[in-house]
Design a protein around this ligand. Structure first.
Ligand code: PEP
Ligand code: MN
Length: 336
């Protein structure tokens, strides 16, 4: 339910409305916009008497919200959310590119890639330390050591780092990590979502599960937000379809669809979405034009020898040229 307040609503009456809601175990979310102030109500509102609230002199209108996601819903928060990733802001017109290898393989490899993506204009560094691999025999990532290498690269380049958390027990290694990625395979690991919601306020890059609907993605964001962390970014990374020409099917429609449904930033991953390096640039350009708030792109200095996802990794040279094209497109990007 949302309560839209009158423009000149008396502050003390608004305060008493808020405490009245809290007495009924409703958590109010206040969103103050240029045009109106909205109180989003989270909790069991079914039994609430709408007429009673509607009759208050400070209240302009009351609406029930049909969608099961509340905190993530644009109706609760009409302005775009801006997520602050250690000083690098994303959303509401702030566009960022997260780049780096699929996996951290060595200090030498990561530092080299970090320097090159930074010089091409990337504003955050990615790299998997804990890797969700389909095969138990494949490289599983360097784990804690991988996070330490990421922190070295952060110190050298100043780039905030983004890396995947697979198990809550590893959170203790993530104290200096700037953005926590929840991967596609864990999008519906509800216990993990609740834990990252409750135990940290760090920005979360939540990837869409490979067979998840957008409502399911938003419900997963809701889990994190309802547990106390509202700093969520939604990431499209391709979905499973009947098509076999690409690793996954990139769904760029998510950008305008999610922007209507939610206020959270939308990040596109053209690397996992396509599976092939030569498809990354056109999809990155398309996503930029369609109004993505950011991109996450895999870059490797020696893709043929990469321990993971070499086929979809751009070389630093190609990434540099992609970045130039993206920058040219940005001023024309669609906005709601
Ligand atoms: C990754 O970013 O390297 C990754 C494993 O992503 P996803 O969860 O989208 O497969
Ligand atoms: Mn990868």
């Amino acid at each position: 339910m949302i309560i839209i307040l009158k423009k000149d609503a008396d502050k003390s009456q608004v305060e008493s409305l808020l405490s009245w809601l809290k007495d009924r175990e409703i958590t109010p979310h206040i969103s103050t916009g240029e045009r109106e102030t909205i109180i989003g109500c989270i909790g069991d509102v079914a039994k609430m008497d709408i007429g009673l609230v509607q009759a208050l002199s400070v209240v302009e209108n009351v609406q029930r919200i049909q969608e099961p996601y509340k905190a993530a819903n644009r109706k609760f928060h009409p302005q775009d959310s801006v997520i602050d990733c250690s000083g690098v802001k994303i959303g509401a017109g702030n566009f960022q590119v997260i780049a780096g290898p699929c996996s951290v393989e060595s200090e030498e490899q990561l530092l080299k890639i970090a320097q090159s993506v930074k010089s091409s204009g990337a504003t955050m560094l990615r790299g998997g330390a804990f890797k969700p691999r389909t095969s138990p025999y494949a490289f599983q990532g360097l784990g804690k050591k991988g996070v330490e290498i990421l922190l070295k690269a952060k110190k050298e380049t100043g780039l905030p780092i983004c890396t995947e958390l697979m198990a809550i027990e590893h959170l203790e290694y993530f104290n200096d990590v700037d953005v926590i990625q929840i991967g596609a395979r864990n999008m519906q690991n509800f216990d993990l979502l609740k834990e990252v919601g409750a135990m940290t306020k760090k920005p979360i890059l939540l990837k869409r599960g490979m067979s998840a609907t957008l409502q399911e993605l938003l419900m997963s964001a809701e889990y994190i937000m309802a547990s106390g962390n509202e700093n969520v970014m939604l990431c499209e990374r391709g979905i499973r379809t009947f098509e076999t020409a690409t690793r996954n099917t990139i769904d760029l429609t998510v950008i305008p669809v999610l922007k209507r449904l939610s206020h959270l930033p939308v990040v596109i991953d053209p690397s996992h979405s396509t599976g092939y390096a030569h498809l990354v640039e056109p999809c990155a350009m398309g996503a930029t034009a369609m109004g993505a708030d950011g991109l996450i792109i895999e870059v490797h200095n020696d893709p043929q020898r990469a321990l993971c996802d070499g086929a979809q990794s751009q070389t630093p040279e190609v990434f540099d040229s992609t970045m130039k094209k993206i920058s040219a497109i940005r001023p024309l990007a669609w906005r709601m």
